[in-house]
Design a protein. Structure first.
Length: 276
């Protein structure tokens, strides 16, 4: 059966996540309808991961199985004509028949954007934290999250997971003008794991939680409850999905820039006087 790889980006604000649901607007459901509107029957459509409600993607990858082969670029153009403005297919390519967007992926990187100031324009894509953040302390705490750990305290419904052991390849903190960026890379993530790790890092950044307490949380001791520190979905992006042979992700950069506000003295600009 002809199989295609689709790469797409989306603003998840209006959607109940990626996965198709009955009586709910989802990204996968919206994409399926656009493909069918292009005259293509969908046998199977699957994504590399199930982003939650309100979560965005800079690169979601999906596999599409259809009865007959099509011209990829022609299909992409037709699908994008039908899709709403907040979902866009960036590439379609023929793939191996057994290609599976989720099972074949070897790593996923998530980017979280924390704004250090109130912003009128980027509210849908950042979490504004009012308190000053110590990025160096956050970086020390993030380093404790790398490696193989039991993340049962950092996910929703851990009892429903086949395993809560995850190997985090990289956890990075970067300051970029008016943003603090958190990048987490692993083979996979548990439900709400990224948002709870970010919430914990913010607790460290504000000084309410000592950086070395993160190790205790990962060893499932102590009284802290990471679920109470779940970051909102607005600042979270599925940044990149990696497959065998792909290089690791480059240094993180903002998905939506937010510049620091630098107060300046007002300066009148008006029409010049006409000479006499």
């Amino acid at each position: 059966m002809p199989t295609y790889r689709l790469d797409l980006e989306y603003d998840g604000t209006r959607y109940r996540g990626w996965q198709e649901q009955r009586n709910a607007r989802t990204v996968a459901g919206t994409l399926r309808r656009a493909i069918e509107a292009a005259g293509v029957s969908v046998e199977e459509l699957g994504g590399s991961g199930r982003t939650d409600a309100g979560v965005h993607a800079l690169q979601q990858v999906a596999h599409l199985r259809i009865p007959q082969p099509v011209a990829p670029e022609s299909l992409r153009a037709k699908v994008n004509e039908t899709l709403p403005a907040d979902v866009h297919v960036t590439a379609i390519a023929r793939a191996a028949e057994r290609f599976h967007a989720r099972h074949d992926a070897v790593r996923r990187s998530y980017l979280y954007q924390i704004s250090t100031r109130r912003t009128a324009f980027a509210k849908r894509w950042v979490w504004w934290v009012r308190d000053p953040l110590d990025a160096a302390a956050m970086a020390r705490a993030a380093s404790l999250m790398t490696g193989r750990h039991d993340f049962s305290r950092f996910c929703e419904r851990p009892g429903e997971q086949s395993s809560t052991i995850v190997v985090v390849e990289d956890a990075r903190i970067v300051r970029d003008d008016g943003l603090v960026l958190v990048r987490l890379t692993a083979s996979h993530f548990l439900w709400r794991m990224v948002r709870r790790l970010v919430g914990t890092l913010v607790e460290v950044g504000t000084g309410r939680l000592a950086a070395d307490r993160v190790g205790a949380l990962l060893s499932a001791t102590g009284d802290e409850r990471p679920a109470e520190w779940t970051a909102p979905s607005a600042g979270l992006f599925l940044e990149r999905v990696g497959y065998p042979g792909d290089p690791p992700p480059a240094d993180p950069s903002p998905a939506v820039p937010v510049r620091d506000v630098v107060p300046r003295a007002p300066r009148f600009v008006g029409a010049g006087r006409r000479g006499r």
